[in-house]
Design a protein around this ligand. Structure first.
Ligand SMILES: *[C@@H]1O[C@H](CO)[C@@H](O)[C@H](O)[C@H]1NC(C)=O
Ligand SMILES: *[C@@H]1O[C@H](CO)[C@@H](O)[C@H](O)[C@H]1NC(C)=O
Ligand SMILES: *[C@@H]1O[C@H](CO)[C@@H](O)[C@H](O)[C@H]1NC(C)=O
Ligand SMILES: *[C@@H]1O[C@H](CO)[C@@H](O)[C@H](O)[C@H]1NC(C)=O
Ligand SMILES: *[C@@H]1O[C@H](CO)[C@@H](O)[C@H](O)[C@H]1NC(C)=O
Ligand SMILES: *[C@@H]1O[C@H](CO)[C@@H](O)[C@H](O)[C@H]1NC(C)=O
Length: 481
C-alpha cells in the first residue's frame, strides 16, 4: 500500500512537473547540446583570494563568469560564521562553528570554481534543515560549482536562512542537466526561508541563449513555500528565467539585482505563478525577456521601486493558452522606471482562454525609449499564426495613472477581444512623447476597449470607448474565478 502511494505520488509529481515550465511550455525536453569548448574554466585562482565582482560576471563568451582579476587581500568576510577559514576544510561531519550555522566549507565544499560542490551543499542543507532556525552559509571570496540541486523541505524545521555571500556558478556541461529538469537551484516546501547576502548566482547561460528553443528552467526556483524572502543577492546570466515563484505565499523580494544581456533569449527576470501576497521592490533588472512576468493564479501582488531595462517590460500573462482558465487579481505596479524596453506595462492573453484579470493598477511609471509603453493584447500568439476563438480571458478594472516618458513605436496599444471586450479601463495623466522623428510612429490603437479618460492624455486617445460594453456574452461557471 505504501509502495502504491509512493508510486502514485511519483506519477502525479511527474505529470504536474511536466506542465510547469518557466514559460509554461509543455513537455519539451532538455536537448543534448553541443558541449562548449571549455566546460570548466582552467583559470588559475588562489583559493583564498580571488573574488569575482558582481558586475564583471557573464560576458557573452564561452563559459561566462567573471574576469578573474585577483583582488587585493579581502576584508574579513561578512559571512555570519565567526571564525575565518584556515587551511583546507575538513569534510563533514563537522560541528558548526556557532550554534545553528552550517558552512558549506565545513561539509567539504572546495569553492574553487572547478570542483563539483553539489554534495557538500546537500550535506550542509541536510544539517540546517534538521536544526531549524539555522543558517546555511555560503561564504564570500569563494566560487562554488553546484549542479542542479533541490533544497527540499517537507520535513525541515521552519525558518532557515541561506546566507549567500560567495558566488554559485552553474555547470555548463550538458551531462549535469537531466531532461525535463525544472530548475537549477530549487527551494521547495519550506516554511520561512530567507535567501540573503551579497553573493551572486551565476548561471553562465550564454551557451543556451543562441537556441531559440532553449528550455532550461529557472536559475532559482521556489515551489510550494510559505514566508519566503530573497534579498541582497544578484542573479545573473541565467539559462532561462532568473527567479521563479510557483505555489508560494507571503513572498518578499527586495534589494536584488538581476542581470543578463538584452539579447539573451527567454531570460525573464522574475516569474510569478499561482502565488499570492508577493511584494517585489527595490530591484534592478536587465534581461532578455519580461522583467516581471505574472502568470495565472496570482493575486495580491505589489511591485514597486523597480528599474527594468533592457527587457520586455512588466507583463501579466500570456494567459489562457490552449483554452486554459486564468485568474489574476489585485496587482499593483508602481514607481517603476523602464528604459529601452520592448513594452512598458503589458497584459497579454491568448485567444480561447477563460477566467479573468481584474483589479490592476499601474501607477507612476517612467518610460524612456520604450517601444510601446502601454499594451493590452488579447490576440497574443508567439507562433506564426494562432486559431481564432470566440472565448477570452476577461479583462476589467485596469487603471493607468501617471505614466510618462518617451516611446519609439506606439504610445498605447489596446487590442481587446470581440467576444469579451475590455471594460473599466481608466487613464489618468498619461503623457507619452515620441522619441525621434526618424522612427516611424503609430497612433494610439484601441479595439473593443471601454472605459474612461480621467484627464486629457498626450497624445489624445480618441479610440477608447466611453462606458460599458453591451454585454454580449453569457458567463458560465467555468469563467468565474
Ligand atoms: C592566500 O594564500 C597565500 C598563500 O597560500 C598567502 O600568502 C596569502 O596571505 C593568503 N591571503 C589571504 C587573504 O589569506
Ligand atoms: C517568516 O519568516 C521569518 C524569517 O525566517 C520569521 O522570523 C517569521 O517569524 C516568519 N513569519 C511567519 C508568520 O511565519
Ligand atoms: C542591499 O544589499 C546589499 C548586498 O548586496 C547590502 O550591502 C546593502 O546593505 C543592502 N541594502 C539595503 C538597503 O538593505
Ligand atoms: C539599482 O540601481 C540604482 C541606480 O544605479 C542604485 O542606486 C540602486 O542602489 C540599485 N539597487 C540595487 C538593489 O542594486
Ligand atoms: C490587495 O493586495 C494587497 C497587497 O498587495 C493587500 O494588502 C490587499 O489587502 C489586497 N486587497 C484585497 C481586496 O484583497
Ligand atoms: C481571424 O480573425 C481575423 C480578424 O477577424 C481575420 O483577419 C483572420 O483571417 C482570422 N484568422 C483565421 C485563421 O481564421
Amino acid at each position: 500500500m505504501r509502495c502504491f502511494g509512493l508510486l502514485l505520488f511519483l506519477v502525479l509529481f511527474l505529470l504536474c512537473s511536466n506542465f510547469d515550465g518557466c514559460e509554461g511550455k509543455r513537455g519539451r525536453h532538455w536537448k543534448q547540446r553541443k558541449t562548449p569548448p571549455s566546460l570548466v574554466r582552467k583559470k588559475e585562482r588562489a583559493k583564498n583570494g580571488s573574488r569575482h565582482g558582481h558586475s564583471g560576471g557573464g560576458g557573452l563568451g564561452g563559459g561566462g563568469g567573471g574576469s578573474g582579476h585577483l583582488s587585493p587581500p579581502p576584508a574579513p568576510s561578512p559571512s555570519p560564521s565567526p571564525s575565518p577559514k584556515t587551511g583546507s576544510p575538513v569534510p563533514a561531519p563537522a560541528s558548526p562553528k556557532s550554534a545553528g550555522v552550517f558552512d558549506v566549507l565545513d561539509f567539504g565544499a572546495k569553492g574553487d570554481g572547478v570542483t563539483d560542490d553539489t554534495k557538500a551543499f546537500e550535506a550542509a542543507w541536510a544539517a540546517a534543515c534538521k536544526a531549524g532556525d539555522s543558517v546555511m552559509a555560503v561564504p564570500a571570496e569563494f566560487e562554488f560549482l553546484v549542479g542542479p540541486i533541490s533544497f527540499s523541505g517537507p520535513y525541515c524545521q521552519p525558518n532557515i536562512v541561506f546566507q549567500l555571500d560567495g558566488m554559485i556558478i552553474a555547470p555548463t556541461n550538458a551531462k549535469y542537466w537531466a531532461s525535463g529538469l525544472l530548475w537549477w537551484i530549487e527551494f521547495t516546501k519550506l516554511k520561512g526561508i530567507v535567501i540573503r547576502g551579497s553573493g551572486v548566482i551565476e548561471g553562465r547561460g550564454s551557451v543556451w541563449w543562441t537556441d531559440t528553443d532553449s528550455d532550461v528552467d529557472p536559475a532559482l526556483r521556489f515551489y510550494g513555500s510559505y514566508n519566503v524572502s530573497v534579498t541582497g543577492i544578484t542573479i545573473q546570466n541565467s539559462q532561462q528565467c532568473h527567479l521563479k515563484f510557483d505555489n508560494c505565499e507571503a513572498v518578499q523580494v527586495y534589494n536584488i539585482t538581476i542581470a543578463s544581456p538584452g539579447n539573451s533569449l527567454n531570460t525573464d527576470g522574475i516569474h510569478l505563478q499561482n502565488s499570492r501576497d508577493v511584494m517585489i521592490h527595490h530591484a534592478n533588472m536587465s534581461c532578455g525577456d519580461d522583467c516581471v512576468s505574472i502568470q495565472t493564479g496570482c493575486s495580491n501582488i505589489n511591485i514597486h521601486s523597480v528599474d527594468c531595462g533592457p527587457g520586455h517590460g512588466i507583463s501579466i500573462g500570456g494567459l489562457g493558452r490552449d483554452n486554459s482558465k486564468a485568474c489574476v487579481s489585485n496587482i499593483t505596479v508602481r514607481d517603476i522606471n523602464l528604459h529601452g524596453t520592448m513594452t512598458g506595462v503589458r497584459i497579454k492573453t491568448w485567444q480561447g482562454g477563460s477566467g479573468s484579470v481584474e483589479g490592476i493598477r499601474f501607477s507612476n511609471i517612467r518610460v524612456s525609449e520604450v517601444q510601446t509603453p502601454i499594451v493590452i493584447d488579447q490576440f497574443y500568439c508567439d507562433r506564426s499564426s494562432c486559431k481564432n476563438h470566440t472565448s477570452a480571458v476577461a479583462l476589467s478594472g485596469i487603471a493607468y495613472e501617471n505614466i510618462k516618458g518617451t516611446y519609439t513605436v506606439k504610445p498605447v496599444h489596446f487590442a481587446c477581444s470581440d467576444a469579451s471586450p475590455c471594460s473599466d479601463i481608466s487613464l489618468t495623466r498619461v503623457e507619452l512623447q515620441p522619441l525621434q522623428e526618424r522612427y516611424h510612429m503609430y497612433e494610439p490603437f484601441c479595439w473593443q476597449t471601454f472605459g474612461e479618460l480621467f484627464t486629457p492624455t498626450v497624445p489624445p486617445i480618441a479610440c477608447l470607448q466611453n462606458g460599458k460594453p453591451a454585454s454580449n456574452r453569457i458567463l458560465s461557471d467555468h469563467d468565474l474565478c
